[in-house]
Write a protein that binds this ligand. Structure first.
Ligand code: NAD
Length: 300
């Protein structure tokens, strides 16, 4: 089976590439290395076909030849940047997805990485299930949602079998400290350098942190089903709690500095994963303490 992973040189994509190789897939990676790094794929060099190109490229025939399954993870993932450059964000996330869909019409399956933290907006209730209204409060949320709509449209019009995965805040080894949910990566990196942790607002804002191997597992399970699925833990953790856990895990007392709150970010969120549990057999396994300990160890 030949699988294409767009964004395969990125944080989640590179873990997915490894998991696919482990399961015997032939893997093709399409990544323009805008935020991804070739080093993320160092462990699989020689075992994948790598194309340094954009998902916006007019002709992707040479990339898509023989591809049976598409995992579309390439995206502009930075919420801040989406606020500053909304047109660029829209171009990569919506037009890029449309361009890929148009050229990948012959693929058997299309798996789209969406964002549960961004497409719902400020939750009306918690945990947020897939039926919750989608009212993004950032250009990033709007562009990821637009991508979802095109995926569904291509399913309807051309029969592409798809799954849309709305990931919670993913963390793990190799996460770039500039990413969407980079707070754990950023905090651990700053701690390693002896720098204070910067908390925006009160620190009472919550997120649903899910470990990367759990997300990769869910993404593979989604090959068997169609539909829209939240992928998270269902657990809300505040930034202040995160600082406490990091302090315990690392055996340090981090200095914390508070900054004004940032726009485009929801106050609280956690995702209901009942549907993914029932239909995909998904359940997050790695607890936050354990996951943070693993990332901390990986930093040396
Ligand atoms: N990290 C999270 O917490 C999180 C949460 C929800 C959803 N997601 C989604 O998961 C996916 C992967 O995110 P990530 O955290 O691994 O980010 P990442 O930045 O590490 O990976 C994105 C990859 O896409 C590549 N890319 C960007 N623009 C491209 C283009 N025009 N053409 C080809 N490649 C391009 C980048 O070089 C990078 O390797 C994204 O679709 C993101 O929206 C991530």
């Amino acid at each position: 089976m030949v699988a294409l992973v767009t964004g395969g040189a990125g944080f989640i994509g590179s873990h997915l590439v490894e998991a696919l190789l482990d399961r015997g897939y032939s893997v093709v990676v399409l990544d323009n290395l805008s935020t991804g790094r070739r080093e993320n794929l160092a462990g699989v060099d020689g075992r994948i076909a790598f194309h340094r190109e954009s998902i916006l490229a007019e002709d992707l025939k040479h990339v898509l030849r023989d591809v049976e399954v598409v995992f579309h993870l390439a995206a502009q993932v930075n919420v801040r940047r989406s606020v500053e450059e909304p047109a660029y964000d829209l171009k990569v996330n919506a037009l890029g997805t449309l361009n890929l869909l148009e050229q990948a019409r012959d693929a058997e399956r299309f798996i789209y990485a969406s964002s549960g933290g961004a497409v719902y907006g400020e939750p009306r209730y918690l945990p947020v299930d897939e039926e919750h209204p989608t009212e993004p409060i950032s250009p990033y949320g709007a562009s990821k949602l637009a991508g979802e709509k095109y995926v569904q449209l291509y399913g309807y019009n051309y029969g592409i079998r798809y799954a849309i995965l709305r990931y919670a805040n993913v963390y793990g080894e190799r996460q770039d400290a500039r990413g969407e949910a980079g707070v754990i990566a950023i905090f651990l990196e700053r701690l390693r350098r002896g720098e204070p942790l910067l908390v925006f607002g009160t620190g009472e804002q919550t997120r649903d942190y899910v470990y990367v191997s759990d997300v990769v597992g869910a993404t593979l399970l989604a090959l068997e089903r169609e539909g829209v699925f939240n992928i998270g833990t269902g657990i809300e953790t505040s930034v202040n709690q995160l600082v406490e856990i990091i302090s315990e895990v690392t055996g340090t007392t981090p200095e914390v500095r508070h900054l004004p709150p940032r726009s485009g970010e929801v106050h609280r969120i956690c995702l209901s994963t009942s549907r993914a549990e029932e239909e995909l057999g998904f359940r997050a396994r790695v607890r936050l303490r354990e996951g943070i300990a693993r990332v901390w160890r990986s930093l040396g």
